[in-house]
Structures are given as structure tokens and as C-alpha cells.
Design a protein. Structure first.
Length: 264
């Protein structure tokens, strides 16, 4: 009887679903088949080998595809990182890394993305595409320029806070108010990416929410910036944990501007 109960318990554990935030890590080897007619298109990649934001990814992928359409560009959405190869990337003007996390590219795939940016291709990296699961030196230096150190947890995990535009003349900030309130998960970083050559476009006002002593960055707490030195145009936004953020008119405007700007 005890042996039977033990076997039942083991089977129950084996069948118990894992944490959907932590899916199995998979390295893709076979590239997806692209639809015909892609030229100057928007590639939306939400590949997850780290923390998976399953709450927002389905909705935000749809919104990003709709934004591409309003810009007169076709889009292709995938979670297959093998799309990062020279042949396929030539169909796209910009790559959107939509909370793509973890080590989701092989060395060859990252090298293809590096060449894409080097020949002028754009990148818009969103939310978890800038978390601390990205360890590659090129990615760190070119896409992020700082290190994610955490966000408030517990009852303070999601808070309303004031976003303040720091570069209102930049094309990505066109039509965006100088200040607005947004409910989100607020990332903190080890330092200001401006110290490594990035141009900060917007900050979060720490007086408008509770970052916690260990996560406070002071008056300069960046949440959106661009790499002004890459040959291709590179944008990063820490915003976007909540699905509703992608329906916020100001976030939607920023994403539209960023994809247009990055795609030239």
C-alpha cells in the first residue's frame, strides 16, 4: 500500500505543471519559413529562455503587428531565434525584441544580429529584453548599456508612477506629453546608461512611486533610451510588464515612433 501511494505521489509530481514564467530552455536550429513578399518588414521576436512574461506577450505581439501595419510595413512574429541569419534578416528593416529573455540566441545567431545592426538595421528592445539574463558583451554594450538590478515586489510590484520625457525633441518622443502617469513594473539599473554613451529619452520620477531604498536611482532613473553610436538605430524601453500598458496611448505612440525611427 505504501509503495502504491509513493508511486502515485511521484506520478503527481511528474505531471504537475511547471511555472509558466520559467519554460524549458530551447535553442532553435531550424529557421522558420517566412511568408512571401517581406521587404523592409518588422520582425517581432518574443523568444523566451529566461523569465517569460506570458501575461503581456500575446497581446503586445498583436499590438506591435498592428503598429507595423499602420506604418505601411508587413510584420512577422516568431519565437524561433533561428530567424537570426543573414538570409532571413535581409527581409527586415527593424527587429523588435519583445521581452525576449535569457540566452535565446546561439553564437551564430547573435553574430547575424550584430551584422544586421552593423549594416544599418534597427532594433527596438522592450522590457525583459533588458533584464539581467542577457550576459553577452555585444548585447550588453549595444542594446542595453547598463545592468538590470530589480524591481519592487510584493504589494509594490505594480505601481502608478510619473514618466518624464528627458529629450522631447527626439523623434521617438514626438507627440508624447512631457509627463504622464503609467501603471507598470518599474525596473532599476546599476547605473545610468548615459555613462556608456546612450541617450536617455525618458525617466521615471521616483517621488511618484515607492522604488525602495535598494532600488532607488535618484533624480536620473532612466526607462527609455537609444544608442546614439550604433550604425543601426537601437532603442530600449523598460516599460511594458502589464498587457494594458500597450493600450496606453502614450506608450503606443512611443512604440510607433520607435519602430518608425529604428526602421528609417
Amino acid at each position: 500500500m505504501l509503495k502504491t501511494l509513493a508511486m502515485i505521489a511521484m506520478l503527481a509530481v511528474a505531471q504537475a505543471p511547471g511555472d509558466p514564467h520559467l519554460p524549458a530552455k530551447v535553442m532553435d536550429r531550424d529557421a522558420p519559413t517566412l511568408p512571401a513578399g517581406l521587404k523592409g518588414a518588422v520582425l517581432i521576436v518574443s523568444k523566451t529562455n529566461g523569465w517569460r512574461h506570458f501575461e503581456h506577450i500575446p497581446h503586445s505581439n498583436v499590438v506591435l503587428g498592428e503598429i507595423a501595419g499602420t506604418l505601411g510595413r508587413k510584420s512577422f512574429t516568431t519565437e524561433n531565434a533561428a530567424v537570426f541569419n543573414d538570409r532571413d534578416l535581409r527581409h527586415f528593416a527593424v527587429v523588435v525584441l519583445n521581452s525576449a529573455s535569457g540566452a535565446f540566441m546561439t553564437s551564430g545567431q547573435q553574430a547575424a544580429l550584430e551584422r544586421f545592426v552593423a549594416r544599418g538595421g534597427g532594433v527596438a528592445a522592450l522590457h525583459a529584453a533588458g533584464d539581467d539574463s542577457h550576459k553577452e558583451p555585444w548585447y550588453d554594450a549595444t542594446i542595453i548599456g547598463t545592468t538590470f538590478i530589480g524591481h519592487p515586489g510584493g504589494d509594490d510590484h505594480i505601481q502608478s508612477a510619473k514618466v518624464v520625457v528627458a529629450q522631447p525633441q527626439h523623434p521617438v518622443m514626438a507627440g508624447v506629453p512631457r509627463e504622464w502617469m503609467l501603471r507598470d513594473e518599474w525596473y532599476s539599473f546599476s547605473g545610468n546608461p548615459a555613462a556608456r554613451g546612450m541617450t536617455v529619452l525618458a525617466q521615471v520620477d521616483e517621488a511618484s512611486y515607492r522604488p525602495g531604498a535598494k532600488l532607488a536611482m535618484g533624480a536620473a532613473h532612466p526607462v527609455m533610451w537609444v544608442n546614439s553610436h550604433a550604425k543601426g538605430r537601437v532603442f530600449y524601453s523598460a516599460l511594458g510588464h502589464e498587457p494594458e500598458a500597450y493600450d496606453d496611448p502614450n506608450v503606443h505612440r512611443v512604440l510607433t515612433n520607435a519602430i518608425r525611427w529604428a526602421a528609417r
